[in-house]
Design a binder for this molecule. Structure first.
Ligand code: ADE
Length: 247
């Protein structure tokens, strides 16, 4: 059966807004209870029903700060997937990239898997170590990659923008190409809801370079969101009329 209904999960408003506007998607109220901060937009593109969800703003610390990280991402994705039936979930957003894996500022990576790099539960003789790492395989998107000229790689997730030596060891061990703060949580929700999934991530900062991620991230967020706006319609145009196995 060909793919008809696509859910995009995007953490930050700045990452989602240019794409939502480019596709003229309208706010929709049927996805989340009104009391929750999450936001949703829907419309159609090239014969596909498209829904975009974002995690909204935090009301406790500042009305202007986005709900980033694994907790909002996991809850938002699970609720969205329970609200309706989707054929495909795409996690779209920004990431830090490793230059040793070919990443440059503005590179587009399609994720072929996810893992956590700060869930250290090393209890010998138990499965908690592997559970903590939480390695998950995404859909194979070889044809899509070739069509849009993207890189592919594993995305590693934690609730921190920065990273320390222990994170670095784990990311290297897991063959990580890019890191973010949501992918593994979104992937986990897709797995429990049995919805095929992959990520489209644009690099805002080089993790194994000289400069702090925060500085590079603020510099490049706008251009990365523009890149997402250009890339996501190409992804949708490729997906339209295809089956999951054709991606
Ligand atoms: N989002 C963009 N850059 C990131 C990084 N270096 N780490 C985590 N999330 C990010």
């Amino acid at each position: 059966m060909s793919i008809k209904r696509v859910l995009f999960v995007v953490a930050m408003e700045a990452e989602a807004s240019p794409f939502v506007s480019a596709l003229s998607l309208a706010p929709c109220k049927s996805v989340f209870p009104a009391s929750l901060p999450f936001r949703s937009f829907s419309g159609s593109h090239n014969g596909l029903d498209v829904t975009v969800v974002t995690s909204g703003k935090d009301a406790t610390y500042s009305t202007g700060v986005d709900n980033v990280g694994t907790l909002p991402a996991g809850v938002m994705t699970t609720l969205a997937l329970q609200s309706s039936s989707f054929d495909l979930c795409i996690n779209a957003g920004t990431c830090g990239g490793f230059s040793r894996k070919g990443a440059e500022i503005g590179s587009v990576f399609l994720t072929k898997g996810a893992a956590f790099h700060d869930r250290r539960i090393d209890i010998p003789g138990t499965p908690f170590k592997d559970y903590g790492t939480g390695k998950m395989e995404s859909l194979s998107t070889t044809n899509l990659q070739a069509a849009i000229g993207a890189h592919e790689g594993i995305c590693s997730t934690s609730d921190s923008l920065d990273h320390d030596e222990r994170d670095d060891e784990r990311m290297e061990f897991n063959d990580t190409s890019v890191k973010d703060m949501e992918s593994a949580a979104i992937h986990w929700a897709c797995n429990i809801c049995n919805v095929p999934h992959f990520g489209v991530k644009v690099v805002t900062d080089i993790v194994d370079g000289e400069r702090p991620s925060a500085e590079q991230f603020m510099e490049n967020l706008g251009s990365a969101a523009k890149k997402l706006q250009e890339t996501l319609p190409k992804v949708l145009n490729f997906v339209a009329g295809k089956e999951i196995k054709d991606l």
